[in-house]
Design a binder for this molecule. Structure first.
Ligand SMILES: Nc1ncnc2c1ncn2[C@@H]1O[C@H](COP(=O)(O)OP(=O)(O)O)[C@@H](O)[C@H]1O
Ligand SMILES: [Mg+2]
Length: 290
């Protein structure tokens, strides 16, 4: 299947000589949830900034739907209409005094008629649950609310690809769940989502595909379904594998659960255990494993 966007052997060196990306290749298939994992300094932010033309490769290329990105004004504009980026720090992204004004900026810039701009802004604010704060000053908002304004600003552009740099960082658990629901709504509408995270538990539970960065390179891309069979593969991404996998492996070793693929999250593992308890004893024995 062809990629929505891809990096082909991209190298990026910062002006001070540090390497951001080193022969980095990555393909994102459309319509899926993608998680970008990797330790600090692995190149996640640098990679994301190549996806909407904020940074330009020193070597290699970025392709949108198979076509090399053009870095002239029209080419960048076309790319940025399709690829919406939410920065890690909302204060870097927000520059208007009021919420509504900030969210309108992108659609106004597209040259859309006023009625269409208003409709898109209202829809985007509603999608992030901020309709009531449309007229609030941005500097009165909490960190989490500012992040939502950033997301609304990007949604108002109706991009095909949403790129979010560590969107869960700094959010409490209920806000993380809200954000996850908002992203899932976008995926249900056909939008492709890529987010970076350190949280392997979240990546395992949420993503369809995981891409692991190390030293400026994407060292592994796999479906989460496959990674749930392969605990060792997570080692490149994180010092620890997802907790659910560690638990599943131990329960398998003890013969409590049959060998096989782990569920993606602890609540599903608990359900498996509860189902065992209800099952007649002879169905529980580990020698029943197919
Ligand atoms: N503005 C910059 N100037 C110089 N080096 C940078 C800059 N931004 C990132 N780097 C370097 O590029 C590499 C990748 O960084 P980054 O993309 O921020 O990684 P991550 O987002 O995975 O933490 C690191 O070695 C980092 O020090
Ligand atoms: Mg980063």
């Amino acid at each position: 299947m062809s990629a929505l966007i891809e990096l082909v052997s991209v190298r990026h060196r910062y002006p001070d000589g540090r390497t951001g990306l080193d022969d980095c290749s990555l393909r994102l298939r459309g319509g899926l949830r993608h998680a970008l994992l990797g330790v600090n300094g692995a190149g996640k932010t640098t990679l994301m900034q190549h996806l909407n033309g904020l940074l330009r490769p020193d070597a290699g290329e970025v392709r949108w739907q198979g076509q090399p990105v053009r870095y002239d004004r029209a080419g960048l504009r076309a790319l940025r209409e399709q690829v919406g980026m939410v920065f890690q720090n909302p204060d870097r992204q927000l520059f208007s005094a009021h919420v509504e004004e900030d969210v309108s900026f992108g659609p106004l810039n597209l040259g859309l008629p006023d009625t269409e701009v208003r409709a898109r802004v209202a829809e985007a604010l509603s999608a992030v649950g901020l309709s009531a704060l449309a007229r609030s000053p941005v500097h009165h908002l909490s960190f989490g609310q500012k992040k939502r304004v950033c997301l609304a600003g990007v949604l108002a552009m109706q991009p095909q690809l949403l790129v979010l740099d560590e969107p869960m960082a700094g959010l409490d658990a209920p806000m993380q769940r809200d954000l996850q629901r908002m992203l899932d709504e976008q995926v249900a509408r056909g939008v492709t989502v890529l987010l970076s995270t350190h949280d392997v538990d979240f990546a395992a539970a949420w993503a369809d595909e995981v891409h692991v960065m190390a030293a400026g390179r994407c060292v592994r891309s796999d479906s989460v379904d496959r990674l749930m069979h392969e605990p060792a593969a997570w080692a490149a991404a994180s010092p620890s594998m997802p907790e659910v996998l560690a638990l599943h492996r131990e329960l398998t070793r003890l013969g409590v659960l049959p060998a096989g693929s782990s569920p993606r999250a602890v609540p599903q593992l608990l359900n498996q255990l509860r189902a065992l308890q209800r099952a007649p004893h002879h169905e529980r024995a580990s020698h029943d494993i197919p």
